[in-house]
Design a protein around this ligand. Structure first.
Ligand code: SAJ
Length: 406
């Protein structure tokens, strides 16, 4: 039996996927409300295909509880927040989860950490916990790091098809966990050591962050001389070895806007390109705010006062607001002691913000200028409603005359 610890964005789909492929799974989370929701037959966040997967897993007998189980295999997928000032990973939840596992596990158990950790975390924080409980690593308890790679919005598909990395101290244990993941994963599964696995995860997200920063920097250069960055990227990408990403209003989520800082924090004098890239991405919400002011000062638009931000989540078609560019922009607005921006997101139904709307038409009726912060399908399908608005499109998705870009 596999005990999945932490039933959030990664733990839940992973537990469901294993269960629906015939693995005996019990999911544990200390959040009683979350466990009660799952036990009442409801999923806890919106994600393509998750409902279906949930039904299949329930039919196959998955269970949800707040209790840690006595078993031989654990998958720890709890959050690893980061300290905004030191830029280092905060391993407290992983450490707490592994401690709780140590209290109940049987000898010979394998503890797989899926949570993203900075390189060296397993050595620095997790091994000492296992030793503290009197276990000998490699004999009584085996440690594995199997970082997740799935992308919110397409998690179910990617769980099935992405290649995976398993980091283990010894090959035999690595192969055993490989077999477990192969119960559902159709991609190739590489077995390596723990430090390499830790590093690959952070490097993958850093690669994307640096490349997004490059696109954002191009957008700034092109804005400076009034050139069309999208056309330039489109043409460059026709070169066989060029593949530039898209500029945007900033980078959010719990991964790409966070993981690269681990490398900057650990190697401040070496990770120079990474450091500069992260600053470029972090500066984008401010760049958008300045762009809003700039457009409002344009001749003929001086009367515009009602501005609305479309989208609060960190990217399209998800309900996750962690580190989202819109939140960063609102914070920036507050620093300028202003509070006039209106906000709306079809995925955020709770009333959390000042000047927040819950219906697209009411939102549009109350604004003169719309800033497209997130390219949700809803707005792509309703561009005709924007014909009489001033539009600042941060994603180049609105095909109307006179649209402004970043
Ligand atoms: N973004 C851009 N321009 C682009 C692409 C993305 O500005 O061309 C922005 C998005 O709008 C968003 C942010 O970057 O704000 C991140 O979005 P994303 O879709 O690129 O990635 P995440 O954060 O949802 O998921 C990433 C993935 N990592 C990589 O693609 C290398 C995913 O595979 C990881 O599992 C996930 O991080 C994670 O959990 O680490």
């Amino acid at each position: 039996m596999v005990n999945v610890i932490g039933l959030g964005y990664i733990g839940l789909p992973t537990a469901l996927m294993m269960a629906s492929h015939g693995v005996e799974v019990i999911g544990t989370d200390y959040n009683e409300k979350l466990v009660a929701t799952l036990n009442a037959g409801k999923t806890t966040f919106k994600e393509n295909g998750l409902e279906n997967l949930f039904q299949q897993a329930v039919e196959m007998g998955i269970q949800f509880t707040t209790e840690y189980q006595k078993t031989d295999t654990y998958i720890v997928s709890v959050p690893t927040p980061y300290d905004k000032f030191s830029k280092k990973v905060d391993p407290r939840y992983v450490v707490a989860a592994v401690k709780d596992v140590m209290k109940v596990c049987q000898k010979g158990a394998i503890v797989v950490v899926e949570s993203t950790v900075s390189p060296g975390t397993m050595d620095r924080y997790i091994r000492p916990v296992v030793k503290e409980y009197g276990f000998v690593i490699g004999e009584d308890i085996h440690l594995v790091h199997a970082p997740e790679r799935i992308i919110p919005g397409n998690m179910v598909y990617e769980l099935l098809h992405n290649n995976r990395t398993i980091g283990a101290d010894n090959r035999e244990i690595g192969e055993k966990i490989k077999t477990l993941y192969a119960s559902f994963c159709q991609g190739s599964i590489v077995v390596t050591d723990i430090r390499t696995a830790e590093m690959t995860k952070v490097v993958e997200n850093t690669f994307r962050a640096v490349n997004i920063a490059f696109a954002n920097e191009l957008a700034k250069i092109c804005r400076h001389d009034n050139m069309d960055v999208y056309e330039i990227i489109r043409i460059c990408n026709m070169h066989p070895r060029v593949n530039i990403l898209q500029p945007g209003p900033g980078v959010g989520g719990h991964c790409i806007s966070v993981d690269p800082w681990f490398l900057v924090g650990d190697y401040p004098s070496l990770a120079r390109v990474i450091d500069e890239s992260m600053r470029t991405n972090d500066g984008m919400p401010d760049f958008v705010l300045n762009r809003i002011y700039e457009i409002m000062k344009t001749e003929g638009l001086e009367d515009i006062t009602r501005v609305g931000l479309y989208g609060l989540t960190y990217k399209e078609n998800v309900d996750d607001m962690r580190e989202s560019p819109t939140l960063q922009l609102l914070q920036s607005q507050a620093r300028h002691l202003a509070s006039g921006l209106k906000v709306y997101d079809p995925f955020i139904t709770e009333d959390i913000f000042k000047n927040q709307y819950h219906d697209l038409n009411t939102f549009l009726a109350d604004i003169d200028m719309i800033v497209i912060m997130v390219k949700h399908a809803e707005i792509r399908e309703n561009t005709d409603l924007l014909a009489d608005k001033v539009v600042l499109d941060c994603h180049n998705i609105i095909d109307l005359p006179g649209v402004y870009h970043i």
